[in-house]
Design a protein around this ligand. Structure first.
Ligand code: ADP
Ligand code: MG
Length: 245
């Protein structure tokens, strides 16, 4: 059967389980990420979100299940492609830039052999509103500015998928909204599919096209933010969303 091209999953996690000792920290989890969409993996601390993201990235390996990117198995069935060969961008809470490199060199780091590198770096710095910052060093930038440079760096090689783990949690409240909006705008303009981990319902509501609500290593509900907010699957899901105002 043929599938509509718009329904082709860029990233697919199929029945992923990850056991630590005798405990399944991820327990039969499946997710499909569609082109150009932001999917938020949302759930309380300790439910297995980061472990899931690390498995998608390839920095950890599942106990069972498969990871597919663009329909190709990158992990499972006896083989495991390392993170750098997966065509993914990574952004974690600690988004450390190279302190000894300028902003422009940081952004161009992963595309050093691209003949259009300088054009791409300028394009991205423009998109994150830092066109005049190319010659500065990371320590001369605010936290929010550094965060935007880190995002530009991750997007420079045009990854099909961005994996982000609580990327805004290090920013203070005042900055966070602005950086979130700028991030979302850039991701949309690049057309990148995103899997973003967060424990904050408000953040997921704000950024996601799809929310996958996670608990005890499983997805308990997934769908559009509005639907999840309005029709939570059970009382625990309702309570989790209840402190959004
Ligand atoms: P979340 O990101 O949702 O807060 P994690 O995926 O980081 O959750 O962790 C889920 C559970 O798995 C936690 O109880 C954590 O202690 C446990 N865990 C994570 N990594 C390891 C590890 N390498 N060894 C043993 N337990 C781990
Ligand atoms: Mg985590």
């Amino acid at each position: 059967m043929t599938q509509d091209a718009n329904d082709t999953a860029i990233l697919e996690l199929c029945d992923i389980t990850r056991r630590f000792g005798s405990r399944n920290v991820v327990d039969g989890l499946s997710i499909r990420l569609l082109a150009g969409q932001v999917t938020c993996l949302l759930g309380p601390s300790g439910c297995g979100k980061s472990t899931t993201l690390r498995i998608a990235a390839g920095v950890d390996q599942q106990t069972s299940g498969r990871v597919l990117i663009n329909g190709e198995t990158v992990s499972g069935d006896g083989h495991h492609l390392p993170p750098e060969s997966r065509g993914i961008g990574l952004m974690f809470q600690d988004f450390a830039l190279f302190p000894h490199l300028t902003v422009a060199k940081n952004v161009g780091f992963g595309i050093s052999r691209d003949p259009n590198r300088d054009v791409r770096v300028r394009e991205l710095l423009g998109k994150v509103g830092l066109e005049d910052f190319g010659d500065k060093y990371p320590h001369q930038l605010s936290g929010g500015e550094q965060q935007r440079v880190a995002l530009a760096r991750a997007l420079a090689p045009r990854p099909a998928v961005m994996l982000m783990d609580e990327p805004f949690s290090g920013l203070d409240n005042r900055l966070r909204d602005t950086v979130r909006d700028a991030t979302l705008e850039l991701l949309k303009s690049e057309g990148t599919a995103v899997l973003m981990v967060t424990h904050e319902p408000e953040e997921a509501m704000r950024m996601a096209d799809q929310i996958a609500l996670m608990r005890d290593g499983r997805i308990v509900q997934s769908g559009a933010p509005y639907n999840i907010y309005n029709s939570p699957v059970d009382r625990r899901a309702a309570a989790f969303f209840s402190d959004i105002n």
